[in-house]
Design a protein around this ligand. Structure first.
Ligand SMILES: C[S@@+](CC[C@H](N)C(=O)[O-])C[C@H]1O[C@@H](n2cnc3c(N)ncnc32)[C@H](O)[C@@H]1O
Length: 238
């Protein structure tokens, strides 16, 4: 396991919990509702990945782990005719519903509480499937303390393993599978192994690196800011 992302994730969540609660935020030139215990959709990763995805090349879009619904709503606003958004967190499902209504696309988005693809009927195929994943690899015995923990940690990368193994049956012919990730904070070697084992080849679709003021107690970060990448990977069936 790569410990750095886990330590940063714990530090980041603790800081987030200390902030005064907000019920709205602005991202991608729109205002969005935010419920307690939902990953805020104005995070750098959400904004970048949402602006990079090639919605125009897809008719149908499936988002796993929709959080506040920023990406799923954007896909509908950008013209995808059928959008489905899933999240394991009931608060995220409710939050995405609020934002679909707020931006007038609720008729084109189906939003379900689902553990990855578990609640999708097998007849559902999508041209573009995406997850901004909880890329901090956590130890097998990691205790999930709240719904928000599911936005950050994946114990033993069990959910990443299932994402690849289960995605095939929801892909139309020629469909594209995407994953929003960070090589700095996640374990990309493990990620690629899981993808290969499930029959996918992966490549970087787009990446950007930021210098961030990370200061995790007990972890050397050479005194200054730390370079952190946000990388959107694309996977094709091999
Ligand atoms: C990093 S957050 C991204 C949220 C949102 N898509 C965004 O970009 O702001 C990851 C999301 O995945 C969800 N998630 C984690 N494990 C899941 C699972 N097994 N099934 C469905 N959703 C899951 C979390 O609840 C969280 O909303």
């Amino acid at each position: 396991m790569r410990k750095f992302g886990y330590q940063v994730g714990r530090w980041d969540l603790a800081r987030y919990r200390e902030r005064s609660p907000q019920d709205t935020f602005t991202a991608l030139d729109r205002e969005w509702s935010l419920l307690p215990d939902v990953w805020p959709g104005n995070a750098i990763a959400t904004r970048l990945f949402t602006s990079w995805l090639p919605y125009k090349e897809a008719d149908t879009f499936l988002e796993v782990g929709c959080g506040t619904g920023v990406t799923a709503v954007t896909a509908a606003l950008q013209g995808c005719s059928r959008v489905c958004a899933l999240d394991i967190s009931p608060a995220a499902v409710e939050n995405s519903r609020l934002n679909a209504v707020r931006h007038g696309v609720s008729e084109r988005i189906t939003i379900l509480r689902s553990d990855l693809f578990s609640e999708l009927g097998s007849s559902n195929g999508f041209d573009l499937i995406y997850w901004n994943s909880p890329f901090a690899e956590a130890p097998t015995d990691h205790l999930y303390e709240s719904q928000l923990d599911y936005a950050v940690f994946d114990a033993d990368y069990a959910m990443h393993q299932r994402y690849f193994a289960e995605a095939h049956r929801y892909m139309t012919d020629g469909a594209r599978l995407f994953l929003g990730f960070s090589d700095t904070l996640g374990n990309s070697a493990r990620l690629m192994d899981l993808a290969t084992t499930a029959g996918f080849t992966g490549s970087v679709y787009q990446r950007e690196v930021f210098s961030l003021p990370i200061s995790v107690p007990g972890v050397e970060t050479s005194g200054g800011d730390t370079d952190v990448d946000y990388t959107l990977y694309e996977f094709r069936e091999a």
